[in-house]
Design a protein around this ligand. Structure first.
Ligand code: G6P
Length: 364
């Protein structure tokens, strides 16, 4: 097993480290000669609404992609967890395409949701890792994410490869729908091609993450905050942490802090904030000040401009390279995963096989 782990102690750390290369593979598969390669049957000029359905981490990839499809392609998106969607019997109007995201391609709830949508949506698209899977086979169009086999129960490279494919789809949609010129699209794709390199820089920061994770390991509750597309990443950071370290964690939209979670903040509560220095950074700073004023410990994950602007009082800061707004969830996923991994190691839990969880949930 040591050989399969390629020198890593756990599959999870191996899979985290593989992300620059597998994200690069997905990119090279879907972007060739500067042009996006997606099936011609996927025609976003005919699509009026996208309904995205998934479970777990794949659901959080969908929530992230909602920001991209809506902001960049101006395409309305609805996102739901499969277990709710399948029984909710949602009406699906003409022009609706249903998109199912699943690493395994076998999750029972997602498959049942797909079968419901088959009778109600114009087209069924799936984004899967396992190409020979039910969710892949039963869709009209199936797009592989090319992450390679993912063994650790907690999904890491599956998540970032899902994001990569969904972002390429959103850029394609934006171009087809007239919201990005050929030139703007080319520029966006050039930026996307810098992602594997940026991820390598983030991975190199692991010793700082390890040090802060040792301090996080004694916490009983941890809050994760983010705005915009960093909000779903806050949810993913919290999910990852609770899955493998068993520390209670909650993800919140930064702006919701005052509507509840702030009541939890005291000097024992670390608050992890994902905040690249974007247009909304000022608002995030004021959220952090609200936390610090109550003695809360802020772990800020940002770029160097953000670290400077944040000023004094921040407990710990992790610095990532500067990145285009749309790409930030892909890059910031790395420290989110590393925090969960190193905190779990510090606690001595079984990282690859957390209690009560399964890699693929094929029963309801
Ligand atoms: C399980 C796994 C998660 C995964 C979820 C959805 O809960 O432990 O890591 O995100 O299933 O799985 P899927 O294969 O459909 O992406």
């Amino acid at each position: 097993a040591q050989v399969e782990k390629g020198g890593h102690k756990h599959f999870m750390s191996k899979e985290i480290a593989e992300q620059p290369s597998v994200v690069g593979n997905a990119l090279n598969h879907y972007v060739r000669g500067g042009a996006i390669q997606l099936p011609t049957e996927l025609d976003f000029t005919k699509i009026e609404r996208l309904t995205m359905v998934a479970c777990g981490t794949a659901y959080l990839a969908c929530l992230t992609a909602k920001y991209w499809f809506e902001q960049i392609a101006r395409l309305p998106v609805e996102v739901d967890v499969a277990s709710e969607f399948r029984y909710r019997e949602p009406p699906m109007t003409r022009g609706t395409v249903a998109l199912f995201v699943s690493q395994s391609g076998e999750t029972a709830d997602t498959l049942a949701a797909l079968r419901y949508a088959k009778e109600n949506a114009d087209q069924i698209v799936s984004v899967v890792n396992v190409a020979e899977s039910s969710i892949s086979r039963e869709a009209d169009i199936s797009l592989p994410i090319l992450a390679g086999t993912e063994i650790s129960v907690a999904s890491t490279k599956g998540f970032t490869c899902q994001l990569t494919v969904l972002l390429i789809m959103a850029l394609h949609a934006a171009h087809q729908r007239g919201h990005l010129t050929a030139e703007q699209l080319a520029e966006r794709l050039d930026q996307l091609h810098t992602m594997p390199g940026l991820m390598n820089v983030a991975l190199a920061g692991s010793s700082a993450v390890k040090a802060v994770s040792r301090k996080l390991a004694s916490a009983t509750d941890i809050l994760f905050l983010g705005r915009g597309a960093m909000f779903p990443l806050a949810l993913e950071g919290a999910l990852k942490l609770k899955e493998i370290s068993y520390i209670h964690a909650e993800g919140y939209a930064s702006g919701e802090l005052k509507h509840g979670p702030i009541a939890l903040v005291d000097k024992k509560t670390p608050v992890i904030v994902f905040a690249p220095s974007d247009a909304l950074f000022d608002k995030t700073i004021s959220n952090m000040q609200e936390v610090m004023a109550r003695g809360g410990k802020v772990l800020l994950i940002t770029d160097s401009a953000g670290a400077q602007q944040a000023g004094e009082g921040v407990w710990e800061t992790l610095i990532l390279p500067e990145v285009d707004d749309a790409l930030a969830p892909l890059l910031y996923a790395i420290p989110a995963q590393q925090i969960a991994y190193h905190t779990a190691i510090a606690k001595g839990t079984d990282v690859d096989q957390p209690r009560n969880l399964a890699k693929s949930v094929t029963v309801e």
